[in-house]
Design a binder for this molecule. Structure first.
Ligand SMILES: Nc1ncnc2c1ncn2[C@@H]1O[C@H](COP(=O)(O)OP(=O)(O)OP(=O)(O)O)[C@@H](O)[C@H]1O
Length: 191
């Protein structure tokens, strides 16, 4: 958490190698992302990270299942296998019944659950979420957050969430605040 402009989104972008930090390094399992070429950072991001944005950022012309299957297909899985895995995950998230609707034609909450599926379908090591419930009403936001937290835990991935919402922060293990582009000291046991 932190005030607007404190660097939260930039930190997420640095962590997954979209941008490079002005100073310091980002390492994942011993690999220094900041030392890799842009192409290798992109590949690592595809393989090891899942990312959820505030408005889901799905491809509106594709169905929910096609959107959710994309990371697996980009990683070389067949369309059939990728779609089957994505469909299972959409079922778990309670949106299996709208899996074949185009992303542009479903509700915000349904789209956001599909965005969670797309972020987790390839079992990434790290899931980054930037205001994942920011565009949703309270009840739908809770459903999406519970799914994000529960499924991330079930695949053993780390989850980092940027949020302005204290209720979201209180459902996570640890709260870190930012100010002027730097982390404040962690506050242990936010839950
Ligand atoms: N490459 C970088 N390396 C280090 N720090 C950076 C880098 N790019 C941006 N920053 C920091 O991030 C700040 C910009 O913050 P950012 O836009 O990420 O805010 P935010 O906290 O996500 O705000 P909002 O809640 O409005 O989205 C810059 O002022 C700078 O301190």
């Amino acid at each position: 958490m932190g005030p607007s402009g404190s660097g939260k989104s930039s930190l997420l972008h640095c962590l997954c190698g979209v941008i490079l930090p002005d100073s310091g390094r980002v390492t994942l399992d011993g690999t220094d992302l900041t030392g890799l070429s842009e192409a290798r950072r992109s590949r690592l991001r595809l393989e090891r990270f899942g990312i959820v944005f505030q408005r889901g950022d799905l491809v509106p012309e594709l169905t929910l299942v096609e959107n959710a299957a994309l990371p697996l297909m980009l990683l070389g899985r067949s369309r059939q296998a990728a779609t089957a895995t994505a469909r299972e995950l959409l079922d778990d998230l309670g949106v299996g019944d709208v899996a074949d609707r185009r992303a542009g034609a479903v509700s915000g909450g349904q789209a956001q659950r599909a965005a969670v599926a797309r972020a987790l379908v390839h079992r990434p090591a790290v899931v980054l979420a930037d205001e994942p419930t920011g565009s949703l009403d309270t009840v739908t936001g809770e459903v999406v957050l519970d799914a994000l937290v529960g499924l991330t835990a079930s695949i053993g991935a780390a989850l980092l969430v940027v949020t302005h919402d204290h209720r979201v922060a209180s459902s996570l293990d640890e709260l870190v605040t930012m100010r002027d582009g730097a982390l404040d000291a962690p506050v242990a046991g936010a839950r």
